[in-house]
Ligand binder design. Structure first.
Ligand code: ATP
Ligand code: MG
Length: 572
């Protein structure tokens, strides 16, 4: 490729709305251009990187028996009614009115893939099967941001496995999970699999693949001792030691008007000489379980509560003046008698007594004891883990890290197939059974940003070889036909041996060209300067290791190959 043929325009100015480096670099380098908020065009450079990432995924998924397909982005709404997701995913679904009736733009393709391939998988003899696509997804994201990290239209590689039973599903899952590891390694990323929350996709076992990053919107906990890793949305903490507090003989009621919050209440209690400490308060949240029954969720007051799936916190309606709940003064005493279940996080066992609301406006009660003054109906994990919490598996300390989710794998079981008319195959007993499914997503366009973020160098990017739009840039460092001809010669020789090369042939100064090529991001530069050329030499720069050396003109192509080999080696 000649730089003069490449449609691109680098930009000195950062885009005004860019908060992260990858967004700045990808816009300034001419990879992408925003059309609307969270909607981007991929320009020639950006498209090259997308294609390179896609190629790695296709190679690794084809290697394990994947069948690439292309499913429609437009789905009849009735398809989403079959699984109930026209309601449960309503917040992200983009809808289209058309002569065909209401359509939705696919945010994911579980329904559509069953409709497409089930006729080809009529019996257990056709299973297992793995189909995948690389396709545009649409989600009405409320918080589109960080350039390609979170967009409303994005490219995803999504795979689906079909098996005859649970064991089959598990072994298909393992095969694809292993392929994920190879894919991210080839992309130059250390992606860490963590246990995750299944969210609206549903199913049982699932893993997110995380790249640790200061700009990540996710956080995961990891245990240095046993290797337990989980998204904070799913991470469980083990039982901590009991906190020593002086015993109290019986609970005491205190007047605390105008102090409904944990901090205010503790201050009001301490001011009256109550024996409270910073961690004494029990937080009691009024909530509805998945069946709509009212319950109190009990968590230590200093803890961030995590509301379980299918539950929802009560709103104003629960705190009517004559009702059972006094806003800010809710406590566990007497609740069972009123038909309200008590559901608690196991960490409330870690203290002998608690201070809590007394279910009367302006009153707290100090010294309430589990097993004496109240009992728990159900134990559930209700707190978000924090740094230093005990690991649920081995008890060692958990550490939290910020990260970006670059992929997700799910064991779906029969969650979707059982709901769909077409979701069955004929089993070896001759009867219809729903498919045991897995689904697998990789955020292809998000990866462009994640890799750019990781491989910032100088004023630009040094792309890992597998994804670089060009492996080598050949740059004449000066004007004149002699330098240009030498540069052309090297570029042609490299292209002749199959290298992806960009040759700088525009009438611009070396300074301008170099600034552009920092952004174009070839990991290797061959710089052809007059003085070196007079000695029969050129300069070779490895922008990933940030080393440079001089090689003879005849050896240039072999030296580039050696440099590429060394980058390849260091990525393994
Ligand atoms: P997130 O939690 O980041 O919103 P998700 O869990 O909803 O993502 P999945 O349904 O698991 O996303 O989609 C698979 C992959 O697609 C994600 O791991 C992520 O890499 C990518 N992805 C999801 N949403 C977006 C988006 N709005 N923009 C770009 N990539 C996305
Ligand atoms: Mg996900």
């Amino acid at each position: 490729m000649r730089a003069s043929d490449l449609v691109f325009q680098t930009q000195r100015e950062d885009p005004h709305d860019a908060e992260v480096a990858s967004h700045r670099l990808l816009v300034r380098g001419g990879y992408i251009r925003a059309l609307a908020s969270g909607v981007f065009s991929f320009l020639p450079l950006g498209f090259r990187v997308l294609e390179r990432i896609s190629r790695v995924i296709v190679e690794e998924w084809d290697r394990i028996g994947g069948n690439q397909v292309l499913l429609p982005a437009l789905h009849p709404r009735e398809l989403w009614d079959e699984t109930g997701r026209s309601v449960t995913m309503d917040d992200v679904l983009m809808r289209v009115d058309s002569k065909l009736g209401e359509l939705v733009l696919g945010p994911t393709h579980e329904e559509a893939v069953i409709a497409a391939v089930a006729p080809d998988l009529p019996s257990y003899r056709a299973l297992p099967a793995f189909v995948y696509q690389i396709q545009t997804k649409f989600r009405d994201e409320p918080r589109a941001r960080f350039g390609l990290m979170r967009t409303r239209e994005f490219l995803m590689a999504d795979g689906y496995t079909f098996d005859a039973d649970r064991d089959g599903m598990r072994s298909s899952y393992q095969r694809i999970y292993d392929a994920y590891g190879r894919i991210y390694a080839r992309l130059g990323l250390a992606a860490i699999p963590v246990e995750a929350d299944a969210g609206s996709i549903g199913g049982d076992v699932n893993h997110e693949f995380m790249v640790a990053s200061a700009i990540g919107e996710d956080r995961f906990a990891s245990c240095g001792q046993c290797g337990y890793r989980a998204n904070v949305e799913a991470a469980r903490r083990g039982q901590g030691p009991e906190v020593p507090v002086p015993p109290l003989a019986a609970p005491t009621v205190y007047r605390t008007p105008g102090a409904p919050g944990v901090t205010e209440a503790l201050a009001a209690l301490a001011a009256q000489g109550a024996p409270v400490d910073d961690n004494a308060m029990l937080k009691c949240l009024v909530a509805y379980d998945p069946e709509g029954r009212t319950a109190l969720l009990l968590v230590p007051g200093r803890r961030q509560a995590r509301v379980p799936h299918g539950w929802r916190l009560a709103g104003e309606e629960a705190f009517a003046p004559q009702g059972p709940f006094a806003l800010g003064y809710v406590g566990p005493l007497g609740m069972r008698e009123r038909g309200v279940r008590l559901v608690a996080d196991p960490s409330i066992r870690e203290r002998a007594w608690w201070a809590t609301g007394n279910n009367v406006e302006g009153e707290h009660i100090v010294g309430v004891r589990l097993g004496v003054d109240f009992n728990v109906d159900e134990w559930l994990d209700l707190v978000e883990v924090v740094d230093g919490d005990p690991c649920a598996r081995c008890g060692a300390e958990l550490a939290l890290r910020r990260a970006v989710e670059v992929g997700h794998t799910f064991q779906l079981g029969v969650t979707y197939s059982a709901k769909m008319a077409r979701g069955t195959f004929t089993s070896d007993d001759g009867k219809p059974h729903p498919y045991w499914m897995g689904c697998y997503g990789i955020g292809v366009s998000r990866l462009v940003a994640v890799i750019a973020e990781e491989y910032q160098r100088g004023g630009g990017i040094a792309w890992p070889l597998e994804v670089a739009p060009f492996e080598v840039a050949v740059l004449p460092a000066g004007k004149g036909e002699e330098l240009a001809a030498a540069a052309r010669g090297i570029a042609e020789e490299l292209e002749g041996v199959g290298r992806r090369v960009i040759l700088e042939d525009r009438p611009v100064s070396f300074g301008v060209a170099a600034a552009d090529h920092e952004l174009i991001g070839a990991p290797i530069w061959v710089v052809v300067g007059a003085r070196a050329l007079a000695r029969g030499e050129v300069e070779l720069r490895n922008r990933i290791s940030e080393h440079e050396r001089t090689v003879s003109l005849e050896d240039a192509v072999a030296a580039v190959a050696a440099e590429i080999g060394s980058i390849d080696e260091s990525m393994r």
